[in-house]
Design a protein around this ligand. Structure first.
Ligand code: SF4
Length: 354
C-alpha cells in the first residue's frame, strides 16, 4: 500500500530474565512480542486489543523507539528504521507522538501548561515566539482557551488534562500518534468527549492512530481495523465491525462477549476459562489452548499460523477451515456463564451457573 505510514514486519521483543539484578544468570526469556506484522495507512486508526500482559504496550514502546526490537523491522513511509540515519531518526521521532494513559501522572505538576505542551517544540529547536504560537494553536484545536498556557495541570479536570496531552502530541504536526489506553483513567461520562475529539483531530489533519486498549467498546467506536493480541502474538486481524460483530477467533469472541452490555446477546456466546499463562513459559502449540473450550489434540502440538479467510481477515486457529462450521455460536456452554462487564486486568470471568 503506498499510503502506508508505518509498517511492522516480523517484530520480536524478548526480555531476558536473570537470577539477580547485577551479573545474574539468564534463566529464560519473556516473549513480550513474538513475530507480529501489520501496517497502518494514512488517516487510519488501528487498534491493538488484548488483556494486560499480551504485549500491546511493548509494541507501542517499540514503535515509539523507547525500546529496540530483538529482531524484525519497522518501516516508516517505506523506509526501514534499521537503516535510517541520525537525522532520519530525529524526523521519525518528530512524526510519531504519543498520548499516554494517565492524564494525572503524564503532566509535570510544576510546569505551566504552555511549557508542557511546548516541550517537544523546544527539544526540536523551535524559537520562543514560534513555540508560543504553535502551543496556542494546539490548545485551541483541542477545545481549550489559549490562555490555559499560563495555568498549572492541577487547575484542570481529568478530561481537560487529557486534552492537554493531545495538544502536546499535536504541536509537531505528527503523521502518527500512539494512543496508549487514552481514556481508561477517565470517568465514563467524559470518555466519549475525548474519543470524539480524537476523531475530529484525525478528520481534520489526516493523522494515523495506533490505539492500545483492553476496552473493545471504545475500540469499536474509534477504529477502522483491529489486531487482537494474545501472549505476544496476533491471533486475529480484521475490520473493526467485522471483529466486533462477528469475531472469528475464540479469544476475540470471548473479549467481544465480555464487553457486550447486560441485556444484549453477544455474537458468539463463548466463555474464557483460567488465567493468562506466564509469558516465560508459553504453552506449546496454540498458546490459547489451555483456556480454549474448543481445543483439539492438534492445538497443543502445532502452533496455528495467521491465515486469510475468504472475507479478508486473518485468523490464527485450527478451527479453520474444516471445523468452524460444526460450532453452534449461539449456544452457551451448559454449566458456565460469563460476566458481561467490561474486561479488566484478569480478563472476563466465568462462573458456574447456580
Ligand atoms: Fe482454540 Fe485450537 Fe483455535 Fe487455539 S487453535 S483457539 S486452542 S481451537
Amino acid at each position: 500500500m503506498n499510503n502506508t505510514v508505518v509498517e511492522i514486519r516480523n517484530l520480536v521483543k524478548h526480555f531476558p530474565v536473570k537470577t539477580g539484578v547485577i551479573m545474574g544468570r539468564t534463566i529464560g526469556n519473556v516473549k513480550a512480542v513474538d513475530d507480529i506484522s501489520f501496517g497502518v495507512s494514512q488517516g487510519e486508526t488501528f487498534a491493538l486489543v488484548g488483556e494486560s500482559g499480551c504485549g500491546k504496550t511493548t509494541v507501542a514502546n517499540l514503535i515509539l523507539k523507547l525500546l529496540d526490537p530483538t529482531s524484525g523491522d519497522i518501516l516508516f513511509q517505506g523506509k526501514s528504521l534499521d537503516r535510517a540515519s541520525g537525522s532520519e531518526i530525529r524526523q521519525y521521532r518528530k512524526s510519531v507522538q504519543a498520548v499516554l494513559q494517565d492524564p494525572y501522572g503524564a503532566l509535570n505538576p510544576r510546569m505551566r501548561v504552555g511549557h508542557i505542551v511546548g516541550e517537544p517544540l523546544e527539544v526540536h529547536g523551535y524559537g520562543r515566539s514560534e513555540r508560543t504560537r504553535l502551543v496556542r494553536d494546539a490548545l485551541r484545536s483541542v477545545g481549550l482557551p489559549e490562555t490555559s498556557d499560563s495555568q498549572f495541570p492541577h487547575e484542570f479536570s481529568g478530561g481537560q488534562r487529557q486534552r492537554i496531552g493531545v495538544a502536546r502530541a499535536l504541536t509537531l504536526d505528527p503523521s502518527l500518534i500512539v494512543l496508549d489506553e487514552p481514556v481508561s483513567n477517565l470517568d465514563v461520562s467524559i470518555r466519549s468527549q475525548v474519543l470524539n475529539l480524537l476523531k475530529d483531530v484525525q478528520d481534520q489533519r489526516g493523522i494515523s492512530f495506533i490505539l492500545i486498549s483492553h476496552d473493545l467498546a471504545s475500540v469499536e467506536h474509534m477504529s477502522h481495523r483491529i489486531g487482537v493480541m494474545y501472549l505476544g502474538k496476533l491471533v486475529e486481524l480484521g475490520g473493526a465491525e467485522q471483529i466486533c460483530d462477528d469475531p472469528a477467533h475464540p479469544y476475540s469472541a470471548s473479549l467481544v462477549a465480555a464487553s457486550t452490555p447486560p441485556g444484549r446477546t453477544p455474537p458468539w456466546q463463548i466463555p474464557i476459562v483460567g488465567e493468562v499463562p506466564s509469558a516465560m513459559e508459553t504453552p506449546s502449540g496454540c498458546a490459547f489452548h489451555p483456556r480454549c473450550i474448543y481445543a483439539m489434540p492438534v492445538c497443543s502440538q502445532v502452533a496455528p499460523s495467521l491465515t486469510k479467510l475468504p472475507d479478508g481477515r486473518q485468523v490464527s486457529c485450527h478451527l479453520y477451515p474444516d471445523h468452524i462450521g460444526s460450532i453452534d455460536k449461539s449456544a452457551s456452554l451448559p454449566g458456565l456463564e460469563f460476566t458481561t462487564s467490561t474486561i479488566g486486568d484478569g480478563g472476563p470471568e466465568v462462573r458456574p451457573v447456580e
